[in-house]
Design a binder for this molecule. Structure first.
Ligand code: COA
Length: 323
């Protein structure tokens, strides 16, 4: 059977790093409060000339380099983002043009922080359905543009950045030993809209709006939702937590990551944590974490890797793949 195998990956971060202490003169907060409640120590913040498209392009180029490919080899770009350069056209199409690609097709995928997991699951279907052979899957965000910088309960939590993978069609045996995407589970439930949303949009206010969140409410639901969807993925693949080499969760909060791993019985040393470095970069968080763990030699060819995310909507999901 056809599998979608990761052939390369890459990442890009804005030049400017903002430390927790940099917030101390802006809102009533402290490095100690932020570290204790979230595990975040710093985040990257985009300058005016750094956008979702430019960061996404840089991550895509890095992923292509690591795959030994050029844009000519790609037939589809799926960009996960909630912070597009424009309401339309899709920022994926802008990235396609920046890469000098005038063949194939590209579209954006909007599932907030779950965007990259949704995008990998979607790209896998395009590959297995025969509509694409090599897909650039990108998560790129500039959440700094939609933050209310006077709201201490949200502005300290998020950061900007981008990550990407190249997925390629390859023949597999159809068992758990195959490389590539092995299982995926996706969920959403709009009843939770008011807990995490942006208070503007083209069809309502005609503005971009700002991120609003009831942090405690999100926290309350997060661990249960994450562990449910991961257990469904384990059941589909007929594996247990012990079979995993690496758990690469959405990087929103160290306490949510720790509690989820503990509930699932995933050993601490198998959990990739980058929330301290990047904050919550929404759809970019999982591919950025992947890029760190691949670059430092932890994730290697043949490793069994579990990706997970949860975000506004609510949306949530998990993807199991062999690197
Ligand atoms: C946001 C979050 C860190 C807050 O931590 P918490 O332990 O739940 O804190 P609470 O909401 O109970 O707030 C405790 C107090 O800290 C205050 N506080 C909020 N932000 C603060 C900040 N940056 N600095 C200092 N104090 C802050 C609150 O105002 C509150 O004060 P009060 O008790 O006087 O009202 C936590 O709820 C969280 O991580 N939630 C999930 C968010 C998330 O992951 N979202 C993205 C999902 S994709």
């Amino acid at each position: 059977m056809i599998r979608s195998v990761v052939r390369g990956n890459g990442a890009a971060l804005p030049r400017r790093i903002m430390k927790n202490a940099d917030f101390e003169g802006m809102v009533e907060t402290s490095d100690e409060w932020i570290v204790q409640r979230t595990g975040i120590r710093q985040r990257h913040v985009a300058a005016d000339d750094e956008t979702t498209a430019s960061l996404g392009e840089a991550a895509a180029r890095a992923a292509l380099d690591s795959a030994g490919l050029t844009p000519a080899d790609i037939d589809l770009i799926v960009l996960a983002t909630s912070t597009p350069n424009n309401t339309f056209p899709a920022t994926a199409v802008e990235i396609q043009n920046r890469l000098g690609m005038h063949h194939g097709f590209a579209f954006d995928m909007q599932a907030v922080c779950s965007g990259f997991v949704y995008a990998v699951a979607t790209a896998d279907l395009y590959i297995r359905g025969g509509l694409a052979k090599r897909v650039l899957v990108i998560g790129s965000e500039t959440f700094s543009r939609i933050l209310d910088w006077n709201d201490r309960s949200t502005c300290v939590l998020f950061g900007d950045g981008a990550g990407a993978v190249v997925l390629e069609a390859a023949e597999g045996r159809g068992d758990i030993g195959d490389r590539g995407v092995l299982a995926a589970s996706l969920r959403s439930d709009g009843v939770h809209k008011d807990k995490l949303f942006v208070d503007g949009g083209p069809s309502t206010t005609g503005t971009v709006g700002h991120l609003r969140m009831e942090g405690r409410e999100v926290f309350k639901h997060a661990v249960g939702m994450i562990t449910d969807v991961i257990e469904a993925t384990f059941a589909e693949a007929r594996i247990t937590a012990n079979d995993l080499d690496w758990f690469v969760p959405h990087q929103a909060n160290k306490r949510i990551i720790d509690a989820s791993a503990k509930k699932l019985g995933i050993a601490e040393e198998k959990v990739v944590v980058t929330v301290d470095l990047h904050g919550n970069t929404s759809a970019a968080s999982v591919p950025l974490a992947l890029s760190v763990a691949v670059a430092d030699g932890r994730i290697k060819k043949g490793d069994l890797v579990l990706l997970e995310a949860m975000g506004g909507g609510f949306t949530w999901g998990a993807v199991l793949l062999r690197w």
